[in-house]
Design a protein around this ligand. Structure first.
Ligand code: ZN
Length: 388
């Protein structure tokens, strides 16, 4: 049986995070200073080293595994409370950031009132530190979960998880629940639905000709791409949440030559798998307006949508009830951005995303966390895993 969660226990959990705030922020600061943009292997290994050493000092932790990823560095898998073999609760996060090396020199760690700024702090280095502290909090307040806990921190999430995806799916498929520590939506809301994503490139091959002497012999790849751009944008349906955006275009060789080549990158978002497959096939079936031109499409669906299934809704309600014990009303949001939670959603496993510390400015120069939210977030997570 799960332990009973009362107001007193939630208060004890919150107090734990208040008393440990100094240590939690010290680890967060060290992580932010260990810059780890996706693909920077040394940075990844440095961030993972900090977390692995911190995890090794926690009593309930039974294993700390560093899993090498050839192109990105290291994934980290920590197992705790493994004294029974019931399905685990998986806490999911990532150690990579989008900020290039050197960002810390331009925007060093700084506290300003209730906020702490730093590249990658909100998405999601503070949450990596928080995940470890949650284990400590459960132990210290005798709120031990009945399920084993697996913390999985991948190192390539910001690039679409080419090497982390397999691990995320393998750890999650038999999980009791998966809690994703991505940043919350505004107002601290959890994310109960995320759109799926697709990434395509469209190449147009035309025919070069002198723009002055014999333009009629040319086939303009740029003109063809312009028409295809309009056609692609016609696939947008904001009511159903399906979007197609031509994001990067290029083409041509010289100012007096009918362009033989043009190229575009296309971003696609969708709310249901059926809709994703439908648009994907529309993109693959594009026909040239000028039949002398040739179109080449590459790419496809990257992350499936995280749909608000009954299991997702039930997990959200459980988290909300726990938040209420601290007089916090946990809201929910449906968002366009994808995360590793999308892969979990597609497995049909209960998943709740956006459980990280409140803040703002993910991927931007003003990225920060709200310090006062740490004890509440920590207690919410610990209370939730203790009752699952
Ligand atoms: Zn993230």
């Amino acid at each position: 049986m799960p332990i009973e969660i009362t107001r007193e226990r939630m208060k004890a959990l919150r107090d734990h995070f208040v008393s440990r705030q100094h240590e939690l922020l010290a680890l967060t600061c060290a992580l932010v200073e260990a810059e780890s943009p996706s693909g920077d292997k040394d940075g990844s290994i440095a961030a993972v080293s900090l977390l692995a050493s911190a995890a090794a000092t926690i009593g309930s932790v039974s294993s700390v595994e560093r899993i090498s990823s050839e192109e990105f560095g290291e994934h980290l898998r920590i197992k705790a409370f493994t004294d029974n073999d019931s399905p685990p609760i998986v806490i999911l996060g990532h150690t990579d950031t989008v900020h290039p090396r050197g960002a810390i020199k331009e925007r060093p760690w700084r506290a300003e009132g209730n906020r702490i700024y730093g590249p990658g702090i909100f998405d999601m280095k503070a949450n990596c530190a928080l995940a470890l502290e949650v284990l400590r909090a459960c132990e210290a307040t005798e709120s031990c979960p009945r399920s084993p806990i697996t913390i999985l921190l991948t190192c390539d999430e910001e690039t679409g998880s080419p090497s982390g995806r397999g691990l995320v799916e393998a750890e999650s498929k038999n999980a009791r629940a998966v809690l994703v520590l991505e940043p919350p939506a505004s107002g601290g809301r959890a994310k109960t639905a995320r759109k799926g994503t697709g990434m395509f490139t469209l190449e147009v091959h035309g025919r070069a000709a002198h723009a002055g002497l014999d333009p009629e012999k040319g086939v303009s790849a740029v003109l063809e791409l312009a028409k295809q751009t309009i056609r692609l944008h016609d696939l947008n349906n904001f009511a159903t949440g399906s979007t197609v955006t031509v994001t990067v275009v290029g083409g041509g060789t010289h100012s007096n030559v009918v362009p033989a080549e043009a190229r575009a990158e296309v971003d696609m978002r969708f709310s249901t798998s059926t809709e994703g497959q439908r648009i994907e096939s529309e993109i693959y079936n594009l026909k040239p307006y000028d039949e002398r031109a040739k179109l080449v499409v590459r790419g496809g669906i990257n992350r499936p949508p995280l749909e608000r299934t009954d299991k997702v809704a039930a997990l959200y309600e459980q988290a909300r009830a726990i938040g209420a014990l601290l007089d916090f009303d946990l809201g929910e949001a449906s968002v366009g951005g994808a995360s590793d939670g999308n892969f979990v959603g597609a497995l049909g496993v209960p998943v709740l995303d956006g459980l990280g510390i409140e803040g703002d400015g993910a991927h931007a120069a003003h990225e920060h966390i709200v310090v006062d939210d740490i004890p509440l977030r920590g207690a919410l997570l610990a209370g939730l895993i203790a009752t699952l």
